[in-house]
Design a protein around this ligand. Structure first.
Ligand code: PLP
Length: 348
């Protein structure tokens, strides 16, 4: 049975969090002399002289409407990267605990594990880029706190079989982190509706991809109220700045534009796949549920350098295990994709 009290780090369980001025007084008042702000204003046209809402209530209420998940089940981080780091700091005792990742996958899990001095166990995906359930079961020991699953997966682009993820959720006594950074492009259903089903589920999403707000740094974690409460105690008090909160809220009211872009991206992705298939140096294009494709080529290094010289940058994944010969190509605008294809016509 999953028991949050058993997996939380003792120092975090006993942590008395920083109490900010905005924590200690939450009502409306006419004079605020409690936070040592500059009462005269800010040099900017917009008022930035007050500290932002520590718990980002307005943004969460809007997200709650969009996602169909109560605000109390949402955590906002300075990018998903902050949520990943907070998972380590909340649950993994440095030098003692371990986590499981399933490569090839997103690089931040490993970096965050290393920063936090937490042992990393790698159980490679199968040749079809799916979970090796037996391998994962063997890798789990009493100190395994987190399993990271990215679906749709970066850099392979495919979704991970839902039943396999459910098997892990139902049998693992630590936390299962499902990174859904690319879920808006996927045909698969998000796991955020399963929070009531699994107490050990944490779903990560972000405003950096389909929402087009990578520069604002807003990532989301969806989890049980108890887990979100832990994150809120561990996070820096004002982790989402006022500019990001204001602009994120504004953007979240423009779902139509975002949905139109998602549709166009998917159309362009199909088109890109068809065009790339014509080239002799393209050996395989893996099925994608994301806004990028993984393309196996005869010589990834050479094609990468060739494109760099044309001013076109893709991601060379040649050195990544199970991705030998592969380039990861983000779907661009129709013009950008055409420029890519035209450039490749001159490659031989
Ligand atoms: C891009 C990406 C993210 C997003 O990270 P942010 O810090 O929110 O910008 C998270 N996970 C994966 C797998 C990604 O590819």
């Amino acid at each position: 049975m999953f028991d949050l009290n058993k997996i939380i780090r003792p120092n975090i369980k006993n942590l008395k969090p920083y109490s900010s001025a905005r924590d200690e007084f939450k009502g409306e008042a006419s004079v605020y002399l409690d936070a040592n702000e500059n009462a005269f204003g800010s040099p900017l046209p917009q008022a930035f002289h007050r500290y932002p809402d520590p718990l980002q209530y307005k943004v969460k209420m809007r997200l709650s409407e969009i996602k169909g998940v109560p605000a109390r089940n949402i955590f906002l981080g300075n990018g998903s990267d902050e949520a990943i780091d907070i998972l380590f700091r909340s649950f993994c005792n440095p030098g003692v605990d371990n986590v499981i990742i399933v490569p090839p996958t997103y690089g931040m899990y490993e970096v965050s594990a290393n920063i936090n001095d937490v042992q990393l166990k790698k159980v490679n995906l199968t040749d079809e880029y799916q979970l090796n359930l037996e391998g994962i079961a063997e890798a789990i020991d009493k100190n395994t706190k987190l399993i990271f699953i990215c679906s749709p997966n970066n850099p392979t682009g495919n979704s991970i079989n839902r039943e396999d993820i459910e098997t892990i959720l139902a049998n693992f006594n630590g936390i299962v982190v499902i990174d859904e950074a690319y879920i808006n492009y996927s045909r698969q259903k998000s796991f955020i509706q399963e929070l009531t089903e699994y107490a050990n589920l944490v779903v990560l999403q972000t405003l950096s991809k389909a929402w087009g707000l990578a520069g604002l740094r807003v990532g989301m974690a969806f989890a049980s109220e108890e887990i979100i409460e832990v994150f809120n105690r561990v996070k820096p008090p004002y982790n989402i700045n006022e500019a990001s909160q204001t602009l994120a809220l504004e953007a979240l009211n423009n779902t139509e534009q975002v949905n139109a872009w998602i549709k166009e991206t998917l159309k362009e992705r199909d088109h890109l796949v068809l065009s790339l298939k014509n080239f002799d140096f393209v050996l395989d294009i893996y099925p994608s549920d994301a806004n990028f494709i993984l393309v196996k080529t005869t010589d990834a290094n050479k094609i990468y350098e060739f494109l760099v010289n044309q001013g076109i940058i893709v991601r060379n994944r040649n050195k990544v295990e199970l991705c030998e010969g592969c380039l990861r190509i983000t779907v661009g605008t129709p013009l950008e994709n055409e420029m890519l294809i035209n450039s490749l016509k001159a490659y031989n």
